[in-house]
Write a protein that binds this ligand. Sequence first.
Ligand SMILES: [Zn+2]
Length: 280
Amino acid sequence: MAKHIVCLTFDYDAMSGFIARGMTSPTPISRGEFGPNVAAARILALLKKYRIRTSWYIPGHTLESYPVHCQQVFDAGHEIGHHGWTHVPPALMTREQEEEGLVRANEQIKKLTGAYARGYRSPSWDLSPHSVELMLKHGFVYDSSMMGDDYLPYRVRQGDVIELEKPAVFGAATKLIEMPISWTLDDYPHFEFVRTKDWILPGLMNANLVLENWVNDYLYLKKSLKWGVITYTFHPFVIGRGHRMMALEKLIVKLKDSDAVFMTLEAAAAEYDKRTPFKG
Ligand SMILES: [Zn+2]
């Protein structure tokens, strides 16, 4: 039986991504605030309308700044995953800083859901050399920060040795499951205009053109593989604007009409684990 799984995921950054880049003046803070204050309720209502369970990766900063808003996500039946405490990517932290943030945010997640997170997604998608070891140590079942496949989960390697002028030496697979992501399936680079002193992210794409890419990536999965998972990544303050909400609804309707099975990343990872048991 063919089965094509769609995971809609939301990185509930609020203003934490701007703070991590030193953008703490009132305007970027208000830009992030649009997520919890306006967008999240629209998104939750849309997901309820189509009875879809999704996964929300929430930084500790959002959990502690917006406990009531985060409670609403959990109460609506969505998975709560780990997304750091600050929004600083692990690759820019020491091992100690990374583990401290991992534990601190995980305690907040336990307070909210009654259990530690099963899934981790790194802020800005950049794991450190310590991330895999720390995820295994702290009981994570899956990561969702890497791009080594598009439709098939895989086991994360540990201990690669990568040096400039030497061939890559690959480490051994661990039991940690990777639920791969891609910038093409992320709303942020398509839609957000960001200007810093060093670079500009142009964003502001036509949502219907982006939608066409998103639909075609699902249709390609459907025609190429009997079983597979496609993971879309959204940010409430990005996708929650009018024309983008309309594109999100069209995406849901089109995929539903094309036999997509919607589930959380945790549930999709569990299916993969059952189909492909780890032989470590
Ligand atoms: Zn994020």
